[in-house]
Write a protein that binds this ligand. Sequence first.
Ligand code: PLP
Length: 395
Amino acid sequence: MTEPELHPETRAIRAGRSDNDTALAPILWATTTFVTPTVEEGRRMATGVGASRFYSRYGNPTVAGFEDAIAQLEGAETARAFASGMGAISAIVLGLCSSGDHIVAQRQLYAGTQLLLQTACPRFGIDVTFVDATEPGSFAAAIRPGKTTLVFAETPANPRLDLVDLDELGAIAGPITVVDSTLATPLSQQPLAHGVDLVVHSATKAIAGHNDATLGVVAGSSELVDWLYSFAVLQGANASPFDAMNGLRGLRTLGVRLRQQTEGAAELVTFLEAHPAVSDVRWPGSPSHPQHQLAVRQLVHFGGLVTFDLRGGLVAGTTFVESLAIAQLATSLGGPETLVTHPASTTHVNLTPDELAANGISPGTVRLSVGLEHPGDLVADFGRALAEVDRRTGR
Ligand SMILES: *Cc1c(COP(=O)(O)O)cnc(C)c1O
């Protein structure tokens, strides 16, 4: 059921309910298996695609509700949920590429994706070329006709929030184009409408939105997602029904959370841009972002992710994140709690110094995920932590 006349926030509240009976909230189908009425029915479910009442590694009604909701919000024919964002991404890479194939990916990527492409792909004879996706034409220029099977993009990208022009990516013919749209969410951009083939999310982040579910999802044409399905069933990174239920619950409030997080980020960015201990504040909503015009064209909500550098390097970076009292030092994003990470020592710790520099990460880089606290309390917290940085670095 598509309801194109409704706004995305409204569809996020109505979607994924077809299997709810009369329950208003999603029903948790906490079962691994289902009674099969006949042998013929069992044969059909075991050999078909997307059976949601056969065995839960193949599919599950609670998970199917979440998949339907994401497909509808992304304007996709279908979607498949996974146990995590990396479960979804590894299914795309290993389910769609074979030995001898070539992948083009952007350099600035979620660190898990980057490591998968750098370490697992060569073991399976899959060659990967990394490009600077902020350069127009860089993806297309790296494609090897007949060899390149996948073009992988992430926008906005971890951790420096660079953007990829979705129209340019969608215009690429030949290889399958994929966008990791986690930082945008389905309410902020719909890559498929730009001609991209597959969109993937770590629903662990803003979609589930409460730091209580590890969940991933891929949406696209039935042809591509069904092709992935046969690998996914063997890969075994299927979504847990409980996490899918929390994913559906999160979707209901995603619109209002995105608006509040965007508002909080705007206040913090204004404060950080004016502070002498801070440099290079990156937020797609700020006119200082190098791709702000693209952000205005492409994103409905600028979101709660902000990255900035502290003058004073490692001491400043670590002092700052350890001195915050309301914002907490934890790896994730998109939830109600404001979180900071220190990429150089955590998410990106496995990268070499050259790779860190290529990703725009310095020892003083801080990534911030603005939560739902009152923005005034966050500004005060950041002010106190920056005063501590000044004391410690003797500025
Ligand atoms: C967190 C994240 C992932 C990985 O998702 P998990 O659910 O942690 O496996 C992938 N891409 C982006 C952009 C992310 O932020």
